[in-house]
Design a protein around this ligand. Structure first.
Ligand code: B12
Ligand code: SF4
Ligand code: SF4
Length: 302
């Protein structure tokens, strides 16, 4: 941690302790200033790499400046929730990326961020806003600067103990907190994840063309998928974990055994029956945006 008054140090210590108590695996604090790689984000959007994810462009200026999201924001409390679970007991889960095996992570992380916000209000009268893939916040960039992990060439945020198998939550706050130091890059000359991508989605290190990414194609994309890409999609039906398996410096990922990330049974059953209609699956998994046509199309792929 660098600098800071005694009050800020105490407050930082207390919010971090509460984050761990709430079940987050990691917590780190960084500044809420414009993200370090904002220019890369702008170039990426302008080049069309976001495909049809128009929300990334619509709220670009907010992504580039946290102050626009929360006026007076001074710090970003960044948390990680491990979702690694090894191999699925039921093999019909294999074509579903691990992040979608459990309860909807927004529902798990969001309320915990609210608890952190309430603590900062009570202790320091601060205003805070929590994000977990839910707003115009460049989460990996802010979290990397806070020291929650380093950004790998596959664009994932990685941590030496967890690999890239974790969700990120970001709480922007007006509270004065003490920042942590960023972690050192561990990729070096490795490029295993880039070479492993079956659809050639990486145009260069740190540059992913969503339009070729299986995760985008099976979750975000609406409409048909080019036959050439179909062939390369290695059977994935919802998301993709191929570039997630990074061994360098990350040790063996720890298994998570909390209810929030235990696979339910309804999703594979529904996939088999090709009748993914009920909103219940949306409530119980990380698949809220996974509506019927996408799933039908995935299930029908050769
Ligand atoms: C849009 C989006 C996607 C898109 C685009 C992904 C992408 N790489 O851009 C698609 C649908 C493909 C996708 C897929 C996945 N996603 Co997603 N996604 C997002 C979302 C909503 C925005 C990301 C974004 O702004 N992308 C734009 C690009 C330009 O930004 P970026 O990926 O962060 O890239 C940065 C670096 O490359 C960096 N950079 C550029 N040049 C350089 C150079 C150097 C030297 C360095 C260090 C950095 C650097 O600058 C860029 C801008 O900050 C975030 C949530 C959020 N609000 O932040 C979740 C998020 C990134 N996704 C997440 C997850 C879990 C996934 C999947 C693993 C799901 C799956 N299993 O299928 C895959 C992973 C694919 C991958 N390799 O990224 C997690 C990532 C957690 C983590 N540990 O990193 C997030 C943070 C959600 C969350 N709250 O947990 N996702
Ligand atoms: S596989 Fe290699 S290049 Fe990719 S994130 Fe891991 S260390 Fe970095
Ligand atoms: S998630 Fe899969 S398709 Fe997307 S970049 Fe990684 S390996 Fe390639």
């Amino acid at each position: 941690m660098s600098g800071g008054s005694l009050g800020a140090l105490t407050l930082t210590g207390s919010v971090k302790a509460l984050a761990l108590e709430l079940g987050f695996d990691l917590v780190a604090v960084g500044p809420a200033t414009p993200p370090e790689h904002g220019a890369a984000l702008r170039r990426w959007v302008e080049a069309g790499h976001a495909g049809t994810m128009g929300y990334l462009e619509r709220r670009l200026e907010e992504r580039l400046e946290p102050e626009r999201v929360l006026p007076g924001a001074r710090a970003a409390v960044c948390v990680a929730l491990n979702y690694y679970q090894g191999e699925p007991g039921d093999p019909s889960w294999r074509p579903v990326a691990r992040y979608a095996w459990g309860r909807d992570y927004h529902d798990v992380i969001g309320p915990r961020l609210e608890r952190l916000a309430a603590h900062l209000t009570e202790a320091a009268g601060a205003r805070s806003r929590g994000y977990v893939d839910t707003g115009p916040v460049l989460e990996r960039d802010l979290a990397a600067r806070a020291g929650l992990g380093w950004i790998g060439k596959n664009t994932m945020l990685l941590h030496p103990a967890l690999g890239s198998w974790f969700f990120i939550g970001v709480l922007l706050t007006t509270a004065e907190l003490v920042s942590d130091a960023p972690l050192a890059d561990r990729c070096g000359s490795c490029r295993a994840c880039l070479d492993a991508c079956p659809t050639g989605a990486f145009l260069a290190p740190y540059v992913l063309d969503s339009r070729r990414c299986i995760s985008y194609l099976t979750i975000e994309h609406r409409g048909d998928i080019e036959p050439d890409l179909h062939r390369d999609m290695s059977g994935w039906q919802f998301g993709c974990d191929i570039c997630r398996t990074c061994a360098r410096g990350t040790g063996r990922p720890r298994r998570r055994a909390i209810p929030s990330s235990s696979p339910g049974r309804h999703i594979p059953e529904r996939r088999r029956s090709r009748a993914w209609t009920t909103p219940r699956s949306a409530r119980c998994s990380a698949t809220p945006r996974c509506f019927e046509p996408s799933l039908r199309r995935s299930a029908a792929m050769p």
